[in-house]
Design a protein around this ligand. Structure first.
Ligand SMILES: Cc1cc2nc3c(=O)[nH]c(=O)nc-3n(C[C@H](O)[C@H](O)[C@H](O)COP(=O)(O)OP(=O)(O)OC[C@H]3O[C@@H](n4cnc5c(N)ncnc54)[C@H](O)[C@@H]3O)c2cc1C
Length: 499
């Protein structure tokens, strides 16, 4: 077994610099870290909505939240507002918080369902502080009430911040385009990468963060790809930046159209937007026209076409190479999970770090965890498409009637029949996520858990009404999102514009 002394990261997008920051923080001084990135090959440049796990990652790195937010022109995110997903004209918010209270005998949706049967008309989302605060445009980081939140970031500025952070920990950046990858003739492991200018960079462990190109794990090692387009058929996106107008909403927007959907991600100084679609059902002209008709403010740049294949690299860790970020696969951006999957891969790598040498057991465990994570996120994203009543276009007909993975079909049927959601292992999306999306898209269960009948009708209705009032009162105590941004993390871009 060969001890790991030199880690080589190929790629300087969000993935490359987050890996460099994480490995630098933990193994600074014990391993040398080189990051190779090419000025000639641009980063994907999107990836601006995150989920709450990002907060924990910044804490692990000891990064002050206001500092990184102000550097990345960031805003807060309490969830995603979905429009036209269950049916045209309907909308709901999938918020990050707890809906109602957790009760050991049955989750909150059972109480809500019985209330509905008794004629109560309070929407499910009204029992979640983050959901109500999102819709009211209110936000604060406080001890009381505590909000579960994430960020919207400018991907380019965020990578720059992480680069500075990682370089401060001794990570050496090497500009150049990798043109050739040398393999050991016997082991087939990667020995070195050769750059266009002729330099050769050798290492013991290689991290492939080269984006969709996956130049190490696929180009050199031919690892193979598991294609999930059958369940996640979107394969293209037109991305654009637009001017901002009006108050900054503390949520991402996902508005469905005939053959895809449009994202809108508000930053402090602009909005990131784009249309995700399936090239089997629509072409670029349709996407361009739909995007332009939807956007209400002028474009800052021209829409840029990105193409992808949903799925995952068969082995995230193959020989002495670990693929992280888009090089390891892509599940489409609907629930903003890609950056989360990067940070969770970094944490997994740090915990299984092969400092004394690469042991097959570590590799297998890394790959097992990565596969389980990706499959459970895949199911949750596919749910949004499948749990629709839309039948207005061939695209919605396809996703509504497609055969889904057994794991998703089981969960879907369980909920429809009984209102119950059971999780398996360490799934990222928990009860709150599944119930908000299922109910939000109009899938009410036939039954509720009978333990709820332990309360009388009047006790239940009083409890539900009281809970809704409590959430509304807590929301009214919060400042507006813009007021809070102004006192917590004014963007460096705003400050520069004021000078
Ligand atoms: C349409 C779309 C929307 C998305 N929205 C979200 C979102 O809202 N939230 C979210 O979490 N994620 C989102 N993602 C995913 C997110 O963009 C990525 O996970 C994230 O940006 C990380 O990308 P990356 O670093 O893996 O790849 P890239 O940004 O593509 O970086 C690749 C790097 O590799 C380098 N490189 C490539 N080839 C070579 C070579 N031969 N030699 C040297 N260097 C090389 C490039 O120079 C670059 O530095 C979205 C993705 C798409 C496509």
């Amino acid at each position: 077994m060969q001890p790991i002394k030199h880690v080589v990261i190929v790629g300087g997008g969000t993935a490359g610099w987050l890996v460099a920051a994480g490995v630098g923080k933990m193994y600074h001084g014990r391993v040398n870290i080189t990051l190779v990135e090419s000025d000639a090959i641009r980063t994907v440049g999107v990836g601006e909505a995150t989920i709450p796990t990002m907060i924990a990652f910044h804490k692990l790195l000891d990064i002050p939240e206001p500092e990184v937010m102000s550097a990345a022109d960031a805003t807060f995110k309490l969830g995603i507002k979905f429009r036209n997903w269950g049916h045209i004209g309907e909308e709901y918010v999938h918020a990050f918080g707890q809906v109602g209270r957790i009760f050991w005998g049955g989750e909150f949706q059972h109480f809500w369902k019985r209330g509905r049967n008794l004629g109560m008309d309070i929407p499910f989302g009204d029992f979640c502080l983050e959901n109500v605060a999102a819709r009211a445009g209110r936000f604060a980081v406080t001890d009381n009430p505590v909000l579960n939140y994430a960020f919207h970031i400018d991907a380019g500025l965020y990578a720059q911040y992480m680069r500075k952070f990682a370089e401060g920990l001794g990570v050496v950046r090497h500009e150049g385009t990798v043109e050739h990858v040398d393999l050991h003739p016997e082991s087939g492991e990667i020995a070195s990468v050769r750059l266009a200018r002729g330099e050769v960079i050798s290492g013991d462990l290689f991290i492939d963060c080269s984006g969709f190109r996956a130049i190490l794990s696929e180009g050199a090692l031919k690892t193979g790809y598991e294609n999930w387009q059958e369940w996640l058929p979107c394969d293209s996106a037109l991305a654009v930046q637009v001017e901002k107008a009006g108050p900054t909403v503390p949520y991402t927007q996902a508005t469905a159209y005939g053959s895809g959907w449009i994202w809108e991600i508000p930053l402090q100084n602009r909005v990131g937007a784009g249309l995700v679609f399936s090239s089997k059902f629509a072409d670029r002209d349709w996407a361009d026209m739909t995007l332009r008709q939807h956007l209400k403010t002028p474009m800052i740049d021209e829409p840029r076409l990105l193409q992808f294949k949903t799925g995952r690299r068969k082995l995230a860790w193959n020989k002495n190479c670990i693929a992280i970020g888009l090089a390891s696969g892509f599940l489409e951006p609907l629930e903003s999970t890609s950056i989360h999957m990067i940070t969770s891969a970094v944490i997994r790598l740090l915990r299984l770090f092969p400092l004394n040498g690469i042991q097959p057991i570590l590799v297998d465990e890394y790959n097992r965890q990565t596969r389980e994570e990706a499959e459970s996120i895949r199911d949750f994203i596919a749910l949004h498409y499948h749990a629709t009543r839309r039948n207005d276009t061939p695209f919605w007909d396809y996703v509504r009637t497609m055969s889904v993975p057994d794991t998703l079909r089981h969960r879907f049927e369980m909920f429809r029949e009984s209102g119950m959601v059971f999780l398996v292992g360490e799934e990222l999306f928990r009860h709150n996520g599944w119930t908000q999306v299922l109910l939000g898209q109009g899938f009410e269960p036939k039954l509720y858990q009978p333990v709820v009948d332990n309360m009388s009708d009047s006790e239940l209705l009083e409890y539900l009404k009281g809970f809704q009032e409590h959430v509304a009162k807590n929301t009214s105590m919060l400042p507006t999102h813009d007021e809070f941004l102004a006192r917590y993390c004014v963007s460096k871009k705003t400050e520069a514009a004021m000078v």
